[in-house]
Design a protein around this ligand. Sequence first.
Ligand SMILES: C[S@@+](CC[C@H](N)C(=O)[O-])C[C@H]1O[C@@H](n2cnc3c(N)ncnc32)[C@H](O)[C@@H]1O
Length: 424
Amino acid sequence: MSDDNLTPTDVAVACLLPLIIFVLGYHLLDKPRLSFVDIWDIIKGPSKAFKDDEPGYFSVQRAISSYETYLSLSRDEVDSMRRSYVKLGRAHKKVGYDLGYTKKLNRLENIIKSNLVVTDAIAALARREFAPELVDTPITSGTKGDLGRVREALKHFVRDWSEEGREEREVIFSPILNFLSQTSAAQRRGMRVLVPGSGLGRLAWEISELGFQTVAIELSSYMTLALRFLMSPSTTQQPNQHTIHPFASWFSHTRSNDHIFRAVSFPDVVPRQKENFQLVEGDFLSHRCPPLPDGNPNTENGYDAIVTLFFIDTSVNIIATLEHIYSLLRPGGIWINLGPLLWTSGGQARLELSLEEVLNLAEMIGFKIHDGQNHDRVQRCSEEASQVSNRSTTIECEYTADKMAMMRWIYRAEFWVATKEKIA
Ligand SMILES: C[S@@+](CC[C@H](N)C(=O)[O-])C[C@H]1O[C@@H](n2cnc3c(N)ncnc32)[C@H](O)[C@@H]1O
């Protein structure tokens, strides 16, 4: 048969056959199951925008480099917005000009420059605090993803550490803090609480303010460098010392330019290094509970409480995450969770479970779950939610929202408390 007679089906079969044989071979040899994503990765190679021997997405090196290149990465974006405007015909360009659109883009560029005071200071502090051999690794030029992570950290300053973020914080912090506050102040001093995926650290900080021995653990250096910037007396000395314009880069859902270009001051309180607050910069899944301190009345080691806020759905493997939470708790210890189930889609999360499945999984692992009781601001499960589960409580909340935007993304997050049962 000549090439001319080949149909598209023939070509597809010819291309797919070796792949099918390869996958079948794997199964027959009893090798680990390959997911579609694994297979796709094999075919196209790793999808990283940088070389394999370079530090990872959330490393100190990459975060420093991203904070340092915030201006150039942002400028690239403004330039492309300018190029887009210039593509308008002459008459419409004139209308855009008369509306002040070119001035708006200039204003955006100036605002990006003013954000540099904070982004540069975060990077400079990191360069002072980390060993040169760690921070001097060359990094391939930044990507949109890196810029996104810097912007995300800036928005977290608002949510976690500004007066403007207070309302959003209170809705999600109150159920957790109210539950923990049921423990007497005297008992709290001897209790250890772990906050995995602590982000910019405000919840963990509030838990430590209640008197608990608190460990915040965070993988992303974008977050930990920003928190270091707040905690260091060399960079942050007083409330509302810093100003950023965190909403400037997204022009959608805007009522007025002044809204998106507004400045937000932070921090509303100045966090300082103190004896009962520890920040661990690393992977929660590799974290081990430190030995029991002298005088602790418990006979078995483990955290008294683990608090996850908007965290568990970031897991690649939710089973491993819940098993690890369980293993880090002492018998009788509690796991408090509040958050949605926004799985990393596209097959990155090994499992994308429903609420019902997550709660069943927790019970299979050995947790006893309840809804954390009623508290101020906590509403009982809505009708439809309670059909799925009466083991948790629905909390309507937002996450790093721009409260002046024309759009609101409301999560109907779930709150529950689970106990690691003591074995009789
Ligand atoms: C959606 S954010 C929530 C942050 C914080 N809990 C809050 O509510 O602001 C999830 C955080 O978990 C962190 N994270 C994800 N996996 C982690 C892991 N294995 N160890 C430590 N942190 C992790 C991410 O870097 C991110 O900052």
